[in-house]
Every structure is written in structure tokens, then in C-alpha cells.
Design a protein around this ligand. Structure first.
Ligand code: ADE
Length: 231
């Protein structure tokens, strides 16, 4: 999978992919990630990427031309309808649809993933209207730019690629894959400063352990994310 990030801060990503699963996925040739400077897609002398909002108001808005040009050079198309199959062009913005595990699974099925990082007070809406295949938010809060959101989307997506997690682990029985949170985990020591791990986990009784895990998972979901159980 080819992952392209369009950003005014390409250096933000310099070491971000040098760790853990993403590093291994790059080394194994499962993915290739490149961060592109939006300023390189400008055609004016001063490499201007933003301008004042029509109608007035605070701050600056990212101009459409450099973003359309950057996507065209990476994908070969600059309209949503003419994107090659298995290509997703994702605008990261607080106005997007929520990023979920199932959207990560959709992204994991594509061949090219282009992530457009917004900045300043916004991005010219024609990017969302005509260029991006998806407008995505990672949560109900406002970041100062789409860069941290791009990292989140890449991490959640890459770990779902076949081969990325290694044979010892699987993404099949973790939080959200079955609509509930993952169960609590404990390791040695069995007692730490008066805090004991649940006895059942020390018994080696597999059926009882499985039952305990189902119940603990449900209880934790009720406490922290009751919204997940209402659907
Ligand atoms: N840019 C600013 N805030 C964001 C958010 N919550 N999700 C994605 N991109 C953003």
C-alpha cells in the first residue's frame, strides 16, 4: 500500500514511522509512506498556500489550487469521480465523519491512501466537495492541524494489513472488532502493593477464564462506553 501525506509540515512525520508495527510494515515492503510539502505544489514565486476567507472572518484558509495539484500529481486525477479504484483521498478535518475501526478496515483494503492535513482556520470547501473521497474526523475536539490525525489514521489502518501484526497476534479479538471494549489484562506479579490480579486468571481453567473475560469486557464497556452497547 502506498500512503501519501500532503502537509505544510512534512518534517512533523520525520521519525513518526520509525517505531513498532509501522516500522516493520515499511521494512517488509507492505507499505511505503511519504510526506509531501504542500508548498512544492504551488506555482507562484512565494509558494503561498493560504489566503483570507471570502466573506471575512478570523484566520486563513488553505487555498484549493495547491491541494488539487498535489493530489493530481500523486494519483493522476483531481476529481473524486475519476479516482482510480482502490484509491482513497482523505481530508482530515473536525467537520468529517467519525473515524472508526470499520473505516480503518476499509482503508486497509485500498492500494493508495492519500491524507490531506488541514491547517489554520480551515481548508477551501471545494476540496471536500470535489476532490476528497472522504472527510474524516478522529474525534470531537479541534486539533491545530490534521497532522496528528493523519498519524492516528495511518496507525489504525496499517496494523490491519495482513502480515503487519505478525503471526503471534491478531486484530480479530480486540476492542471494537465485536462492538465492545477489550477485556482487562494482567501480568506478574499476582500481587502488587496489595493489588491482586483476579484469581480466576491464575487457575489455568480456560472455560472459566473465557467467561470472566466476556463479563469483564461487558462491565468495562458499560462503565466507560455505554453508547457502544445501545446499538
Ligand atoms: N483537524 C483538526 N481537528 C481534527 C480532528 N478532530 N480530526 C481530524 N482532523 C482534524
Amino acid at each position: 500500500m502506498q500512503i501519501d501525506i500532503i502537509t505544510i509540515f512534512p518534517d512533523y512525520f520525520r521519525e513518526a514511522f520509525d517505531y513498532g508495527i509501522i516500522r516493520r510494515a515499511c521494512a517488509a515492503g507492505l507499505i511505503s509512506i511519504r510526506a509531501h510539502d504542500l508548498r512544492s505544489s504551488t506555482s507562484d514565486k512565494h509558494h503561498v498556500v493560504d489566503d483570507r476567507p471570502f466573506g471575512g472572518g478570523d484566520g486563513m484558509v488553505l487555498k484549493p489550487e495547491p491541494i488539487f495539484a498535489a493530489v493530481k500529481s500523486l494519483v493522476g486525477a483531481d476529481r473524486r469521480e475519476s479516482m482510480p479504484p482502490a484509491t482513497r483521498v482523505v481530508l482530515l478535518s473536525p467537520q468529517g465523519k467519525p473515524f472508526t475501526q470499520s473505516l480503518a478496515a476499509e482503508f486497509a483494503n485500498c492500494e493508495q491512501l492519500v491524507l490531506i492535513c488541514g491547517r489554520y482556520e480551515g481548508v477551501d470547501e471545494r476540496v471536500a466537495e470535489a476532490l476528497a473521497t472522504d472527510e474524516v474526523s478522529i474525534g470531537d475536539y479541534v486539533l491545530s492541524g490534521g497532522e496528528p490525525a493523519a498519524l492516528v489514521v495511518i496507525d489504525a489502518t496499517v496494523r490491519l494489513l495482513p502480515g503487519a501484526l505478525g503471526s503471534e497476534t491478531s486484530a480479530a479479538n480486540e476492542s471494537f472488532s465485536d462492538g465492545a471494549l477489550d477485556c482487562p489484562q494482567y501480568t506478574r506479579p499476582p500481587e502488587f502493593e496489595g493489588l491482586r490480579a483476579p484469581e480466576v486468571l491464575l487457575t489455568g481453567h480456560h472455560a472459566e477464564i473465557a467467561r470472566w473475560r466476556r463479563e469483564a469486557s461487558l462491565e468495562k464497556t458499560k462503565r466507560n462506553r455505554p453508547d457502544l452497547l445501545k446499538e
